[in-house]
Design a binder for this molecule. Structure first.
Ligand code: HMG
Length: 451
């Protein structure tokens, strides 16, 4: 028995890629009916609000569009509720009508992934192509940091060259992470047209992550930004640990505001505020944004938010950020992610979940949610990573994705993957299946699949 290596399903990358790409039929299928259901589509008869509510509601909605429609409708609805209950419900604030999602899975999603699967350059390129196909127009393609420090980002030059040369993605921005002038030169050679510099609001994290103080890191950023400007390369900035640090705990919002302002002064066109370890809450997010925007009232259109979902607060935090008028959100398909120098941090908020949230708020983002869910299933299956998007998991069930487990007797491992319906279920004879099932009689083999 020990020599038997029984793989239930070995699907080559090629066929999984084809399967994921062929899922466009789900794009038109109503797999996610609830996401599209904004207050504007509420049925009057199902409402228990005062009788004047539905008519006023729909007339306000018809006068506005996107997030504006939902906010306007909610405001009118709020008046009705106020009359009825005697108190005023909170408004949706400045929720924008369009949000640009910066997809970070190919960089932040993969840089710290713990998996036995090999993450090849081809896999990264395929992931980026699929994300672009789903409508994402800002995709972080890799990073030019030290391979000693972050081995999984090796090959970012090859990835960047390939995606920049792809004629189907000429309208997509591919920022790459650059820590210093060394990395900048590598990125320049690979053809980078946009880079991202990064620093932190925590001294200890800055040391752990980049081997220098915040002041030294800002000086590095300044040099890199200067070089980028000489070459007409756009620069995005990141501030890590804005809501907490794995080494220092609480972080002073004033420090976040200071570092953010410095990055803008140096020439970043956008700064992304990173809750690196996902400890933020809606209250803390509101307090942080109040501090930052008080210091820089004009920055609202240039700020992005970047939440990890360790404590399950990311979507709530993003909702707060939207209410403050923030219109750029970083996210990672499948909820992949983590920083190698932020112990205990879990993945980024899943792009699928962010898109669903935006759809529910009537906010446009230009991303095909069904396609995105297919990509989430594909890439997490491919890499043997858990699929963390709740929306994607729900959509998967609706679209006929199935859980498939692969047992390896030789290695004593079990691998769980989600396969789309385009991958056929069973290819061995009944006798062979019976023989293999007998080998696993002491295990739960109900959902075994056979090659
Ligand atoms: C910054 C360094 C390079 C300093 O690392 P260092 O060891 O202090 O660098 P050094 O200047 O002393 O040089 C040491 C060696 O590294 C080489 N080197 C120097 N620079 C590079 C480079 N760019 N690429 C390749 N090699 C490089 C350099 O040439 C030299 O080689 P040697 O002479 O020994 O052969 C290192 O600390 C590093 O790579 N850190 C990056 C860590 C990282 O990538 N962390 C994850 C990204 S940040 C993040 O995830 C947070 C974010 C952005 O997502 C937002 C959020 O969630 O908060």
């Amino acid at each position: 028995m020990s020599s038997c290596r029984c793989m239930l399903r070995v699907v080559p990358l090629r066929s999984l890629r084809a399967a994921a790409m062929s899922l466009s039929r789900f794009a038109s299928a109503p797999v996610l009916p609830y996401a599209a259901r904004s207050p504007t589509s509420s049925s009057p008869s199902s409402s228990s609000s005062p009788s004047s509510f539905p008519a006023a509601f729909s007339s306000a909605a018809s006068q506005a569009s996107g997030g504006g429609a939902v906010a306007a409708a909610a405001a009118v609805a709020a008046e009705g509720v106020e009359d009825a209950v005697g108190w005023s419900p909170p408004s949706l604030g400045r929720v924008p009508s369009f949000v640009r999602i910066v997809e970070v899975a190919p960089r932040d999603g993969l840089q710290a992934l713990q998996t036995d699967a090999e993450i090849t350059v081809d896999t990264k390129i395929s992931l980026i192509q699929q994300l672009a196909h789903a409508g994402l127009r800002s995709i972080e393609a890799g990073s030019f940091v030290s391979a000693e420090w972050v081995p999984l980002m090796k090959g970012s030059d090859e990835v960047l060259r390939a995606v920049l040369a792809d004629p189907d993605m000429t309208d997509v921005a591919f920022p790459v992470l650059v820590p210093n002038t060394y990395g900048f030169k590598q990125a320049l050679e690979a053809g980078a047209r946009e880079i991202a510099v990064f620093t932190a609001a925590s001294e200890s994290f800055c040391q752990e992550n980049t081997n220098c103080s915040i002041a030294q890191s800002l000086a590095r950023c300044e040099k890199v930004i200067g070089l980028a400007q000489e070459h007409d390369i756009k620069v995005r900035g990141y501030v890590s640990c804005v809501l907490g640090c794995p080494y220092e705990g609480e972080i002073d919002s004033a420090m976040v505001a200071y570092v953010t302002e410095r990055l803008f002064q140096m020439g970043c066109y956008e700064v992304s505020l990173g809750d690196t370890i996902g400890v933020g809450t809606p209250g803390a997010t509101a307090a942080l944004l109040s501090t930052v925007l008080s210091a820089m009232p004009d920055a609202v259109d240039k700020l992005a938010v970047h939440f990890h979902d360790t404590y399950g607060q990311a979507l709530a935090n993003i909702t707060i950020a939207l209410q403050y008028g923030i219109s750029v959100v970083d996210a990672s398909v499948g909820g992949l992610g983590g920083c190698p120098y932020a112990r205990g941090a879990s993945g980024n908020v899943a792009t699928e979940d962010v898109v669903y949230l935006l759809q529910g708020l009537g906010v446009e983002c230009g991303v095909d949610l069904s396609r995105l869910c297919a990509i989430g299933h594909f890439i997490t299956s491919e890499l043997g990573a858990p699929y963390m998007s709740r929306v994607g998991r729900a959509a998967g069930k609706r679209s006929g994705f199935r859980r498939s487990r692969t047992f390896s007797v030789a290695e004593g491992t079990v691998r769980t993957r989600y396969l789309p319906p385009t991958v056929p279920r069973k290819r061995v004879s009944d006798e062979e299946e019976a023989r293999i099932r007998a080998l696993y009689e002491d295990q739960d083999s109900g959902d075994l699949e056979f090659k």
